[in-house]
Design a binder for this molecule. Structure first.
Ligand SMILES: *[C@@H]1O[C@H](CO)[C@@H](O)[C@H](O)[C@H]1NC(C)=O
Ligand SMILES: *[C@@H]1O[C@H](CO)[C@@H](O)[C@H](O)[C@H]1NC(C)=O
Ligand SMILES: *[C@@H]1O[C@H](CO)[C@@H](O)[C@H](O)[C@H]1NC(C)=O
Ligand SMILES: *[C@@H]1O[C@H](CO)[C@@H](O)[C@H](O)[C@H]1NC(C)=O
Ligand SMILES: *[C@@H]1O[C@H](CO)[C@@H](O)[C@H](O)[C@H]1NC(C)=O
Ligand SMILES: *[C@@H]1O[C@H](CO)[C@@H](O)[C@H](O)[C@H]1NC(C)=O
Ligand SMILES: *[C@@H]1O[C@H](CO)[C@@H](O)[C@H](O)[C@H]1NC(C)=O
Ligand SMILES: *[C@@H]1O[C@H](CO)[C@@H](O)[C@H](O)[C@H]1NC(C)=O
Ligand SMILES: *[C@@H]1O[C@H](CO)[C@@H](O)[C@H](O)[C@H]1NC(C)=O
Ligand SMILES: *[C@@H]1O[C@H](CO)[C@@H](O)[C@H](O)[C@H]1NC(C)=O
Ligand SMILES: *[C@@H]1O[C@H](CO)[C@@H](O)[C@H](O)[C@H]1NC(C)=O
Ligand SMILES: *[C@@H]1O[C@H](CO)[C@@H](O)[C@H](O)[C@H]1NC(C)=O
Length: 659
């Protein structure tokens, strides 16, 4: 990891410490009697096979939302009304009485804005940048509910999707009772030298610090990883590197002993804070890889995990199964026997599935002299997995295929007993928009948080030039929406080429796409594109940097926070107003309400107006937008840093795309 020496800044430094646990957060945690959801206890990571319920699970055709989502939406949409009224009331939308507007429509929540947030992949960079933005959108964050601030946007949101590094953020929040970012960053690290969550200074090669809830020494950590995975294999399930990776990730992301090996994704649906509609619906995206395929084409089937279901709206497979029974053998849409599997849907395994690109990290263990570094049991286990796969198959997550013999005409996996899933960004749609643009969800506005590393070797000697997004992810989603075979009713705003992104600066500041509701190819949301850019920190860290000390971590989060708030309005006093206008835009159109002048001004400032400039751009070397925050790099973790560097090299050689 390369660090510029950054000048300290009073304002930024103040914000860095703004991680107080506020009373509401404490209440939320205490009020949960049964806060954990180790649904697979006491079996830990090992999936269980037992009798199916008398009403055997089946594949549901994707011709609508699940009954559970439909019912939950009624509760959630109602619960978003009050925070939306508070938020819009604070955003000074002159010329529109937003409170009356909401009040007039509150008996019909579907008239009101339906908001989605999508957090891209890009390793810890993406997780931390996304975290800073969610922090700014969260009404539990100190100062986020002052005039012009965006706190409460998260409470007003219906859907929150994540992919790869973004799935670590989304998964970690929901595995931990929707804890606020502030409360995660504010963990007391003084006693043990370590809090429990997001202690990214201890990377997956080192294992967790031994304080707090994590009780293991490194040696204990390695053998725990190995025994969890081999127990799953012993129970008759195929394993892949994703099992190791998902287990390792959980030690960072799940606030329970040993990273909560018994925590399942489907158990989120049982949580009272979820059923009461207090949080958005979490959606985690993974791509599929057809048998024999190595590169992932843009028309690959995109799968989503939500707490009730796993499957896809794509016309190829077009089906969903109950999340709880992922791991069960299905044939032609029903279970093959009366035996059902539960506990396969481990939260870490789901996050690992969305992020299989990082499986490559574990291949660096193969054949190294690990004496004194890893336990030989772990090394042997990983080498055995590697020996069992072709090297092109290291990056898969292995699932019993629930869509075997289903939708035979169009399903590329219909004849395969195995469903291989890969990193959700491998089809280049690195922002998880796919589940949010499904017409049945009627999303009006999507905050597209893009921490992709698209800019690369144009100036290899200038560390400021690499690792920034250039709009490629939006382009991939736009192009797919134009493909008659794959779009299946989805529509997406027009997106220009990457050269235009650079030439017009659309990659460096928030930009709205699809502002004119009358000029869309179908019902499509307005996209608020939020590209990663240097506000107070050079947040273009490598995707494969797997180690951040707490000051580096907090600087990344703070940079995201400043992007979301445009430096608390320093860069544009009207930014909050303009976000409010974008949130309201489709709703105003639907209710035939005049757009206030201040919104028209906002749209002329933030909407892409359809012009293009495709000439090759100058080198992109973004300047710091605000005063840089000061960061201490730690000398610790040298070993891990060198492994990370080796890893980055290994992956750069193999990677099919840049994240
Ligand atoms: C909150 O805002 C006040 C007033 O602007 C400022 O003095 C204080 O430092 C801020 N607190 C945090 C935690 O950012
Ligand atoms: C945040 O919003 C929720 C939902 O409206 C509300 O219940 C809660 O009191 C708010 N918290 C704060 C600190 O404003
Ligand atoms: C609200 O916006 C108007 C312009 O529409 C501006 O004149 C006024 O100063 C703003 N008020 C606040 C409190 O920012
Ligand atoms: C949502 O609000 C509407 C209007 O106030 C009400 O009729 C409906 O019962 C509410 N639905 C739920 C599930 O609370
Ligand atoms: C982690 O779990 C501990 C013990 O249950 C709890 O006290 C703490 O608040 C949790 N931390 C977060 C950030 O949720
Ligand atoms: C994707 O496109 C390729 C190339 O056109 C084609 O061979 C393949 O069958 C397509 N896959 C699906 C699932 O449509
Ligand atoms: C989506 O795909 C399914 C399955 O192929 C098909 O039945 C349905 O009509 C398609 N919907 C649209 C809107 O094209
Ligand atoms: C692992 O190491 C063995 C022997 O050192 C080698 O033959 C094999 O190709 C390696 N596998 C991978 C995936 O690197
Ligand atoms: C492996 O590394 C250890 C510790 O660095 C060293 O003592 C040993 O000689 C090495 N073994 C081989 C075969 O290189
Ligand atoms: C679909 O394919 C499966 C597996 O090849 C086969 O058993 C089944 O009969 C097929 N179903 C239909 C309706 O063709
Ligand atoms: C559209 O999708 C079809 C089938 O998946 C594929 O064969 C074709 O190449 C795609 N077309 C474009 C322009 O991507
Ligand atoms: C409608 O959108 C298309 C695609 O972006 C654009 O080329 C065209 O100029 C727009 N038309 C109007 C009237 O804005």
């Amino acid at each position: 990891m390369k660090f510029s020496t950054l000048l300290p800044s009073a304002s930024a430094a103040t914000l860095l410490t703004a991680v107080d646990v506020i009373p509401h957060e404490v209440q939320l945690a205490n009020s949960l009697v049964n806060r954990a959801f180790p649904a697979n206890a006491p079996h830990g990571y090992t999936p269980q096979t037992g009798n199916c319920p008398s009403n055997r699970p089946t594949v549901r055709a994707a011709n609508g939302l699940s009954p559970q989502e439909t019912a939950w939406l009624e509760v959630r949409r109602n619960a978003t009304i009050q925070p939306m009224r508070d938020l819009l009331g604070r955003l000074n939308i002159t010329g529109l009485d937003t409170t009356s507007y909401i009040n007039n429509h509150q008996n019909n929540a579907s008239a009101l804005p339906n908001i989605g947030i999508a957090v891209s992949g890009g390793g810890y960079r993406a997780m931390l940048n996304g975290a800073g933005i969610l922090e700014a959108f969260d009404n539990r964050t100190s100062n986020a509910t002052s005039a012009g601030q965006l706190g409460g946007l998260l409470q007003s949101t219906t859907y929150l999707s994540g992919l790869s590094g973004g799935s670590w953020l989304v998964g970690s929040l929901y595995a931990n009772n929707f804890s606020s970012i502030d409360s995660i960053l504010a963990q007391d690290t003084s006693a043990s030298g370590s809090g429990d969550l997001w202690q990214l200074g201890n990377d997956i090669f080192t294992g967790p610090a031994t304080g707090g809830i994590q009780l293991l020494s490194s040696v204990g950590y390695y053998s725990a990883l190995q025994s969890a995975v081999s127990d799953k294999q012993g129970a008759g399930f195929d394993i892949s590197l994703t099992d190791y990776w998902g287990r390792a990730l959980s030690y960072q992301l799940v606030n329970a002993t040993d990273g909560g090996p018994a925590f399942t994704w489907s158990s989120i649906a049982e949580q009272d804070w979820f059923t009461s509609g207090s949080t958005p619906l979490p959606l985690i995206v993974a791509d599929s890889r057809a048998p024999g395929e190595v590169l992932i084409p843009s028309n690959t089937t995109v799968f989503t995990f939500n707490p009730w279901e796993f499957g896809t709206f794509d016309p190829t497979v077009y089906g969903f199964i109950p999340m709880q029974y992922v791991g069960t053998n299905f044939s032609a849409g029903t279970t093959r026997s009366d035996q059902c599997v539960t506990g396969f849907d481990n939260v870490g395994f789901v996050m690992g599935t969305s992020a299989t690109l990082f499986n490559e990290a574990l291949t660096t263990i193969n054949g190294t002299n690990s004496t004194g570094l890893f336990s030989s049991a772990l090394q042997n286990g990983i080498e055995a997995v590697l020996a069992g796969f072709g090297s092109s198959d290291n990056d898969i997550a292995d699932y019993p295929n629930p869509f075997y013999g289903y939708h035979n005409q169009t399903n590329p996996y219909a004849v395969s007993r195995q469903l291989t899933l890969v990193d959700g960004g491998e089809d280049l749609q690195n922002v998880p928009l796919h589940p949010l643009i499904q017409p049945v969800r009627h999303v009006d506005v999507i905050f597209a948080i893009d921490s992709s590393a698209d800019t690369n070797a144009s100036l290899p000697t200038n560390a400021s030039a690499t690792g920034w997004p250039d709009g490629a992810s939006l382009i991939a989603t736009y192009e797919r929406s134009l493909n008659a075979t794959m779009e299946n009713g989805t529509a997406f705003p027009a997106i220009p080429d990457t050269n235009t992104f650079f030439n017009l600066g659309l990659n460096n500041r928030p930009t709205f796409f699809g502002c004119d509701p009358a000029n869309q190819t179908g019902p499509s949301p307005i996209i608020i594109y939020m590209p990663n850019a240097p506000y107070v920190y050079n947040s273009n860290t490598s995707t494969f940097d797997l180690s951040y000390n707490d000051t580096e971590r907090n600087a990344m989060v703070l940079n995201g926070y400043n992007g979301a708030t445009q430096g608390n309005g320093t860069l544009d006093k009207q930014w909050g107003t303009c976000v409010g206008c974008a949130i309201l835009s489709r709703s105003l159109h639907r209710t035939d309400t005049a757009v206030p002048d201040v919104c028209t001004q906002c749209f002329s400032r933030y909407c892409w107006d359809g012009t293009t400039n495709s000439t090759p751009p100058a080198n992109y070397i973004p300047a710091m937008k605000l005063d840089a925050v000061s960061v201490t790099t730690s000398g610790a973790g040298k070993l891990s840093k060198s492994l990370s560097a080796a890893l980055a090299g290994a992956i750069a050689a193999a990677a099919t795309s840049l994240f």
